[in-house]
Design a protein around this ligand. Structure first.
Ligand code: ARG
Length: 463
């Protein structure tokens, strides 16, 4: 049995079992929130003093005590106690031990329920900013790659089968778009979570003369939450944050999968720099793309965290339940995982080399301009479905003769459709195919160049 007196111990006769203390403690991971907790407490105390609930002297003592505690935690000399459960109690108890009765006044008009909601919102708000910044950096890496390889052609795939030739830059800018949406989603999530729950107290609000708006403003919130019952039980801001992170990690995993494929001997489309690969302990020739593999693998834990959080909230009655303490580890793990994945992937991209000849060669086989031939026929007034059939037969003919469409003579082609003329060879060549795709958002060089210039402008890159 623990001998230490609990801050909430008034109504208890017996002391808490050690096993219970161990089981209920969260300080081993929620200590990560200490800076937010201390800042929240200082702001709360200032508001209490302004409202006459603390004297000036008491406020000074509290502020100085909290500053001291923060410095100790910074320095690693603060002693965290699991019997004090969480970061909030550890800090408060230490304050009371240092400054006595003034410290015991800090918790007026506040509960750990609104306190933990406050800390978590402040923490996630910062993480949204950090991740948004990392997303800008990875987008920039794609823009740089798009500029470097402008004009170079690669096979575009559907069903992982060669489909139509595209520009490498177009493919790079696809990721620029994806991570751009991810960033918008995070900033949108930030907007919704940037409201202060402090002063909602346990669940019903406070009967003391407090000023929630003052606290919210001082802490940089856009305002206060509207309903104390909602605010103490709500974790949908955390679910939303994890959803945003999951989508980021899924995008990273798709990119990773492409890099793993492209780095294989079968593709040989990219060279991932030595610094970003590892070897095999048994096979001396191996150079493995472990970074994209790990990022791809880590999408499992990020998705898992989202599942944990969703399951945690499902069926939970209003308002606060201790279950909600389980929100932290999935959040922290996700933040660590997505942050690290984005950062290292950005570095890898900055050192990535495309094997452009090999990529272009890959577009020369696989009848990749078949759709262009069909479009050519459409322009000669052949209905598309009919054109599709004609080209299908021409492809079958090529398969039989083991050649490509562009290898057929005009006479060969005319056998399939008499409207075909000499100009057909412009569209049968991959360059012609790519450059004809001038629809908005298409892979034609002119369109991609416009998109690239626009992206560079947004990223503040000057050529
Ligand atoms: N450690 C708790 C959590 O993270 C803080 C709130 C505890 N509130 C309570 N009434 N036990 O959820």
């Amino acid at each position: 049995m623990s001998e230490s007196k609990k801050l909430w111990g008034g109504r208890f006769e017996g002391s808490t079992a050690r096993s219970v203390e161990r089981f209920t403690a969260s300080v081993q991971y929620d200590s990560r929130l200490y800076k937010y907790d201390i800042l929240g407490s200082k702001t709360h105390a200032t508001m209490l003093a302004d409202g006459g609930l603390l004297t000036k002297e008491e406020l000074e003592l509290i502020l100085a005590g909290l500053t001291e505690i923060e410095a100790e935690i910074d320095a690693g000399t603060f002693e965290f106690k699991s019997e004090l459960e969480d970061i909030h109690m550890n800090i408060e108890k230490s304050l009371v031990d240092r400054i006595g009765p003034a410290g015991a006044k800090l918790h007026s008009a506040r509960s750990r329920n609104d306190q933990v909601a406050l800390d978590t919102r402040m923490y996630l708000r910062d993480q949204c900013d950090i991740l948004a910044d990392l997303l800008e950096q990875i987008r920039r890496a794609f823009v740089v790659l798009a500029r470097t390889y402008l004009g170079k052609i690669m096979p575009g795939y559907t069903h992982l089968q060669r489909a139509q030739p595209v520009l490498i830059s177009h493919h790079m800018l696809a990721y620029y778009e994806m991570f751009g949406r991810d960033r918008q989603r995070l900033l949108d999530c930030r907007k919704r979570l940037n409201l202060s729950p402090l002063g909602c107290a346990a669940l019903a609000g406070s009967g003391l003369p407090i000023n929630r708006e003052q606290v919210a403003e001082a802490l940089g919130f856009d305002g206060v939450t509207a309903n104390s019952i909602d605010s103490t039980g709500d974790r949908d801001f955390a679910i939303e944050f994890l959803s945003c992170c999951t989508i980021i990690q899924l995008h990273l995993s798709r990119l990773s999968e492409e890099l793993v494929l492209w780095a294989s001997q079968e593709f040989s489309f990219v060279n991932i720099s030595d610094q970003f690969c590892t070897g095999s302990s048994i096979m001396p020739q191996k150079k493995n793309p472990d970074i994209p593999e790990l990022i791809r693998g880590k999408s499992g834990r990020v998705t898992g965290s989202l599942m944990s959080m969703i399951t945690l909230v499902k069926g939970l009655p209003l308002t606060y339940n201790r279950d909600l303490q389980e929100d932290k580890e999935p959040l922290f793990d996700t933040v660590d995982t997505v942050t690290a994945s984005l950062a290292i992937m950005t570095e890898l991209l900055a050192n990535l080399e495309f094997q452009t000849e090999r990529m272009e060669d890959a577009t020369r086989t696989g009848y990749m301009t078949a759709t262009d031939l069909a479009d050519y026929l459409v322009l000669k007034n052949v209905p598309f479905r009919e054109a599709h059939g004609i080209v299908g037969r021409a492809v079958a003919h090529c398969i039989e003769r083991d050649c490509e469409l562009v290898d057929l003579t005009l006479d060969d082609l005319k056998q399939f459709a008499s409207v075909i003329e000499e100009d057909v060879f412009d569209v049968l060549r991959v360059e012609g195919s790519v450059n004809s795709r001038l629809s908005t958002g298409g892979t034609g060089l002119k369109r991609v160049e416009e998109a690239l210039v626009q992206a560079e402008k947004i990223m503040g890159i000057t050529q």
